[in-house]
Ligand binder design. Sequence first.
Ligand code: FAD
Length: 208
Amino acid sequence: MKILVCVKVIKGELNPFDESALECALQLSNDVTVLSMCPESAASTLLPLTRLGAKVILISDAMYAGSDTLATSYILSKAVSLLEYDLILCGRQTVDGDTAQVGPMLSQMLGISLVTNALSVSVKDMTVNASTRMGDESVNLPALVTVERGYVLRFASIFSNPGKVQVWDNSKLLCDSSKCGLSGSPTRVLKAFESERGKRKCKFITMD
Ligand code: FAD
């Protein structure tokens, strides 16, 4: 079974939800490809994932800078369309942008089934079964599942060697420039601030 895992690099680290999705993928298959849209400087964060046996594709092009979730999903969908896959795993959300939009948008653009917020995932007879807080869900492959933080990413074996991070730019993806970057991003961030309203007091109690 071929699994693609979408990961976002945040300040030189993997988004924790995406680490969980990657571990989930490694438990399900030995044919795992990691996709990450990030600056080429993030290759050093992605390289260690090759020691886990994953293929790694870094997607980067000046044209993609300033992309919002819609443009990011479009660019990822163009990369995915160049690959064979049965299942795509994303994290539930990132810990910076925090929107949880990319997984669902990507599944819509690819026209495949979607299950969100999976606590655990299994696959049998071309059906993916995901357990969520809302109950169990089953959908046919190909499908996209977003994964909670339940899985702990394994350490690489000391006997493993790093492979190569492939870099794909727009000469490979052939994205429509009007759908990428700022021009392809309908979101406008007017202001970012911490809300004072609804701030709650928190009291820590001991076990006793
Ligand atoms: P979520 O939707 O919460 O992520 C869900 C899951 O999708 C992740 O767990 C992961 O599996 C997958 N995923 C998310 N992002 C990626 C990725 N990049 N590669 C692979 N998988 C991924 N960010 C920049 O870095 N540079 C910019 O110049 C920039 N400009 C922006 C301009 C605007 C107007 C806006 C609104 C945002 C901009 N961003 C930029 C932020 C960027 O849009 C988000 O980082 C990106 O769309 C992911 O959104 P999110 O963090 O909410 O992810």
